[in-house]
Design a binder for this molecule. Structure first.
Ligand code: AMP
Ligand code: MG
Length: 525
């Protein structure tokens, strides 16, 4: 396979303790960071799509990606020289409760590819069959969830948001049975495998597990390994370095959540096993995008009653998760006060960052509390599309004279789902906010054009609206992958306006309001 050559440098398995048992039975794995496993062979793999950018980063040519070998390797059917597949052992807090050992139940890491810039990338197949961590499930993934993961990780990257990447999406030619809404109506769905790519797939839960088991030795090995490989700028591990490392994890997490809040992304399952130690968006499950601005919205049906993972709660949950990580690291540090200080700092750091981001979304030099608070309310008066609203707002001019309410409102009217439902009172309030906004923009003295350009560079025109992903899934399940390719292309330039893709920049159609997959999702993937 001459065109699929990788240099592998498998640091994780070389430097960290392996499970000594090699049979693939489901069990508790002690004193080890991973178990060696083999991906399951699949019947008839077919390449659906791949990411050119990820391929290029890995040094893969188009010919390589379109070769049969590529499909065989990234469906799990063939191993390349240097691949030594393994599943990671980790634990986690799920919905606020300690869940014990979880681990890669349907993810198999093939190895760490090193590119010509000496960057390391773990190649990981998601949906490649059972591992010792599969618990009661099958280790497989369905096309529906794989399309969502593939498209969204690439969309996030192009939005400028830290994320794990997706190299490829392959169907397996086999079916997988899923009870999508846990209502006793299982159906057969097409199986698929995504190859995810990231410098590391370590999660908060990776550290929590060893700490919870009192296995401080393995905990220290894993922390030292993480610092040496992924945070080398912090220097050699020591108690002080553990603290600066934890601060950096907090900072990266704050930055990540600010990005999610900027674009209206709701992760949906912010369990500690789904929190990347690198501050990447990881584990695309029942995530969703805010369409109408509803801070209480959660896309996850499992979370519908508690709404723990609702849009507006993401920073608090991230802090709660960081608190669990701090607890896990405590045995290595044995001082509560500095950990507490770092956690307190997270809250102020997040606050500063989110305020700066909110000012940027309005194209203003400074954050103004009352302007932002009123906007938060105005956006919730009637059903308002968050993405369209901010793009439209960039068209408000500061050098026009007196404008009537009607003229002002027309500029943002595209963002409203039901114009007829807006009461006179609400309309006056919206327009009054628009005037306040105009006033602030005028005071800043920035030209309309410059403000618009700045706003359009942080407020996307295209996001992976829930119904768009679902339309791509509907077609894919019928064997038509065109929409996946079109969306992938569109989402490569989310801040641009492209005539070809304007139909993706409009409000969610009415039929999608309550349709499964478009407004609510289950974890069953
Ligand atoms: P998630 O909700 O996807 O973050 O998964 C939580 C845990 O369940 C992780 O340990 C997953 O690897 C595992 N898991 C989820 N789905 C499956 C599946 N189909 N087969 C085996 N393990 C799974
Ligand atoms: Mg997970």
């Amino acid at each position: 396979m001459p065109n699929l050559l990788f240099n592998f440098d498998n640091r994780f398995t070389r430097e960290l303790p392996a499970d000594t048992e090699t049979d693939n039975t489901r069990r508790q794995v002690l004193s080890a960071c991973y178990s060696f496993v083999k991906p399951t062979q699949v019947k008839a793999p077919k390449l659906v799509a791949y990411s050119h950018e990820v391929a290029a980063q890995l040094g893969l040519s188009t010919t390589a990606c379109e070769s049969d070998s590529f499909t065989q390797v990234f469906s799990g059917n063939q191993l390349l020289d240097g691949m030594k597949p393994y599943a990671q052992c980790y634990g986690g807090h799920q919905f606020g409760n300690w869940a014990g050992q979880l681990g890669d139940g349907r993810a198999i890491n093939l190895g760490e590819a090193v590119n010509d810039q000496n960057e390391h990338f773990v190649l990981q197949l998601k949906g490649s069959g059972e591992t010792p961590y599969s618990r009661t499930a099958d280790g497989l993934a369905v096309l529906r969830s794989s399309v969502r993961e593939f498209l969204c990780s690439e969309a996030m990257f192009h939005l400028g948001i830290p994320t794990t990447r997706a190299l490829s999406l392959v169907t397996t030619g086999e079916s997988v049975v899923r009870d999508m809404f846990y209502d006793g109506r299982p159906r057969e769905e097409p199986g698929a495998v995504v190859c995810r790519v990231a410098p590391s797939f370590l999660r908060f839960g990776s550290y929590e597990l060893f700490s919870a088991r009192g296995d401080i030795n393995t905990l220290r090995q894993l922390v030292d390994y993480t610092i040496r490989t992924d945070f080398p700028h912090l220097g050699e591990p020591s108690v002080d370095v553990y603290l600066t490392w934890f601060s950096e994890v907090c900072e990266r997490t704050a930055e990540l959540i600010v990005h999610w809040m900027r674009v209206g992304f709701v992760h949906g399952v912010m369990n500690t096993d789904n929190m990347s130690i690198l501050g990447l968006t990881i584990d695309y499950g029942p995530y969703g995008w805010l369409e109408d601005y509803d801070p209480n919205w959660t896309p996850n049906t499992t979370d519908a009653s508690g709404r723990r993972y609702r849009f507006d709660n993401q920073s608090s949950v991230a802090q709660w998760n960081l608190f669990q990580l701090a607890n896990a690291l405590y045995p290595l540090i044995e001082q509560a006060e500095p950990l507490r200080e770092i956690l307190t700092h997270y809250a102020t750091d997040y606050q500063n960052k989110v305020q700066a981001m909110r000012a940027q979304k309005l194209g203003l030099n400074q954050y103004d509390e009352s302007l932002q608070k009123e906007l938060h309310k105005v956006l919730q008066l009637v059903e308002t599309d968050m993405t369209i609203f901010y793009r439209a707002l960039a068209n408000i001019s500061t050098d026009k004279g007196e404008q009537s309410d009607q003229d002002l409102f027309t500029i943002v009217s595209d963002a409203y789902y039901d114009l007829d439902s807006i009461s006179k009172h609400d309309m006056t309030r919206i327009c009054s906010w628009l005037r306040q906004y105009q006033h602030h923009a005028r005071l800043d003295g920035v030209t309309d054009l410059a403000r618009k350009k700045a706003m359009n560079s942080v407020n996307p025109n295209y996001v992976l609206r829930n119904y768009l992903a679902q339309l791509a899934i509907d077609d894919a399940e019928q064997g038509n992958f065109d929409l996946i390719h079109t969306l992938l292309e569109c989402l490569r330039h989310p801040y641009d306006v492209d005539e070809r893709f304007e139909k993706f920049a409009v409000k969610r159609p009415d039929w999608a309001r309550d349709r499964a997959g478009c407004s609510m999702l289950s974890c069953s993937s």
